[in-house]
Each structure stands twice: as structure tokens, then as C-alpha cells.
Ligand binder design. Sequence first.
Ligand code: ZN
Length: 188
Amino acid sequence: MTGTETNTNRPGTEAVLARDVRKGDVVLAATMRTATGQLAILEHSDPYVADPQADKPNCQCPGHEALTADERAKPLVVLYDGEIWDFACDVVPADEYVIVKKRDEQADDLPKLTPTKRNGGTFEYNGRTVYVYPQPGAPSKWRVTANGKVLAAMCATRDEAVRRAIRVLDGDTTALTGWALLARALTL
Ligand SMILES: [Zn+2]
């Protein structure tokens, strides 16, 4: 049984039971057991943002039609039924693993980020668009810019980066760390 160790060698991905997928997780791959009992990973060519719901037993979409009799006999969960897959359900056995990139948790006191392809997001603050994204060259750290100026750099968490950036935007220059000041000096 190797399921929980399975990963796709991409940072931030993990294997979770389909029943534990949460709204907002990005589903990258399904898994299936081979005849020898090994876990095989089937990568989705079109990953989607999960919106789990209970199974829809009478659904006649291509996803439901493709279920095998074995699968139909198991508890199922619909992880997605939106337009990326032409409104076919991704309906999977609740106790099979899927590979996900877990949704980013965000503190309630911070502005909601609009996701971007750079794995970060943007938010509006006092009429400005603020960009939050992994630090170039150090992708486990976070950087925030607005109007081409660095507001926060090399922050350990995205929330910390956003908090610092908001303080800077509010006029608190003490919130600028050495890293942010250095980045400003280099980009001016
Ligand atoms: Zn369906």
C-alpha cells in the first residue's frame, strides 16, 4: 500500500482520498490500481479546481456513463462537473486517491486574492492592483509588488507578504524589510 507516499514530484502536490478533497483544491491526477495492486497515476490533461458534491446517481453525462460496474458498487463522489470538462462529471470512488495541489489557505483578515497563473494572486487596495507571487529565484518565498514597486520580498508565507505590503501601502515604511529595500534598489 503505497498511496500516501505517492507524489508527482511537483512541489505542493499530495495524494488525498477523493472524499477528502476540498472545494478549491486543484485536482491534477486520478489514481487506479493495476492488476498487480500498484497505484498508477493518471494525470489530467485539464486539471480543475474541485467543487465536490455528493454523487448524482441518475446523471447520464460521459463521466457517469464511463463508470465500470465495480466503480458503481462503491461510494462515489463528484469532484467537478464544470465547463473545463464539457460538463462531464469527474466522478470517482470516494476511497480512491487523487493527486491535488491543496488550496491556499488565507487568513480572514486579508483581502481576497484573485488567483493568477503565477501561482499567486492579485488584490485591489486603495485603487491599486497588488500582485502577490513566488519570489523569483526562491519560489518557496513570497514577493508583493504594486505599480512596479516591491512592497514585500522574501517573506516566508503569502499571508505575511500580504500583511507587510498593506502596511507599506498604508504609509508604514518600517514594514519594508531589508530584502524589500534591496529589491527596490535593484529595480529602480
Ligand atoms: Zn455526471
